[in-house]
Design a protein around this ligand. Structure first.
Ligand code: SER
Length: 344
């Protein structure tokens, strides 16, 4: 039986999954198979060929998916984010690390069985960094992938390690064993900054203050920002994040000089975000109630990253600057949804 290759997405019902499935389905041409702990939202379910509900740690389920479909591209999105992971570090390690190990093993077997590499695209994170103190952070400027990689969160440790694990599978897997085992997994990772979507809210992250502020203002709800007004990290909007994943997935392998790439689009302070949101939604009630511990996590992440390797190797070029993101994507899309809901 000739099986048509499919795209496999884990953690598909999460925030990136929503953006990615919507775009992949709109582009057409690829059949999508998903795995998530929860059922896909109905808007997504109709766009995929097959939906599996279950855990990334369920090896029997992974075997079943492997037996049924020929997979040539994986977006491994399943993860517990940085704030959530600090409350349940063991569970985070299980999902974020053991889950990724099983997924890489799954991709390896899949690659061995159909004789072509399986591309695994992995969203790593700015949380992989750990700047030691505020002075160093102020001096650090735009941080490269190989600098300050000493994360202080469980999530950051998990992401940094899985970047290495992916590189191992791609380049050194079973290096002492006779036989052609290496090169069956084509692992490619992006270190995302904070992500902001007009249509969904993240859950359990530390960069969540930006999207929460925007969505609360749009709904007419008061919002207490949990970081200081001068807190500054890079962000990008979901359409640019999805484009980055899809571009990286399809660039010819010989153009890639590394397995992990920084990407980012703009890096406003929390107060610059508050100000643009207040301008768009004049009734916004945004105040500050700083959570010192979550602030410490933000302070350990760089104020900006150097994404020149991604720009050079695979032409990464985000479409949305800070102002364009608000004027042409966030505000019109959110207003459309709010008025759409009101109109019903
Ligand atoms: N947005 C993520 C978090 O805050 C960072 O990858 O955990």
């Amino acid at each position: 039986m000739i099986r048509k290759p499919v795209v496999f997405i884990t953690g598909a019902n999460g925030e990136i999954g929503h953006g990615l499935i919507t775009k992949l389905a709109a582009d057409g041409g690829r059949r999508i198979v998903t795995l998530d702990l929860t059922r896909l939202d109905s808007a997504l379910a109709s766009r995929v060929e097959r939906e599996f509900t279950g855990s990334i740690l369920d090896t029997a389920l992974l075997e079943r998916i492997l037996a049924e479909f020929e997979i040539d591209l994986v977006f491994h999105l399943a993860a517990l984010l940085s704030t959530r992971a600090e409350f349940t570090p063991l569970a985070a390690h299980r999902v974020n690390v053991e889950g990724t190990l099983l997924l890489l093993e799954f991709a390896q077997k899949e690659g061995e069985s159909h004789g072509r590499p399986v591309t695994v695209v992995y969203p790593s994170s700015i949380a992989a960094y750990g700047l030691p103190d505020l002075d160093t952070r102020a001096r650090a400027d735009r941080v490269r992938e190989d600098q300050y990689a000493r994360p202080t969160t469980m999530y950051g440790c998990n992401k940094l390690y899985c970047e290495q694990l992916g590189r191992y599978y791609a380049r050194h897997y079973k290096q002492l064993t006779v036989g052609a085992f290496t090169g069956r997994v084509d692992f490619r990772a992006v270190r995302f900054p904070g992500l902001i979507s007009a249509t969904t809210l993240p859950s359990g992250g530390t960069s969540d203050y930006a999207p929460e502020m925007i969505h609360a203002a749009a709904r007419g709800e008061a919002y207490e920002c949990f970081v200081r007004p001068d807190a500054r990290i890079p962000f990008m909007v979901m359409p640019d994040a999805v484009n980055a994943l899809l571009t990286l997935a399809h660039v010819p392998r010989d153009r890639l000089t590394q397995t992990t790439y920084n990407v980012a689009a703009f890096n406003p302070s929390a107060d610059e975000i508050r100000s643009i949101v207040a301008h768009a939604f004049p009734n916004a009630q945004i105040t500050y109630r700083v959570d010192a511990k979550r602030q410490t996590i933000i302070d350990s992440w760089p104020a900006d990253v150097d994404d020149s390797a991604a720009r050079r190797d695979w032409d990464f070029a985000p479409q949305y600057s800070f102002h364009r993101a608000f004027d042409e994507y966030l505000i019109p899309t959110i207003r459309g949804q709010v008025s759409g809901v009101r109109g019903k």
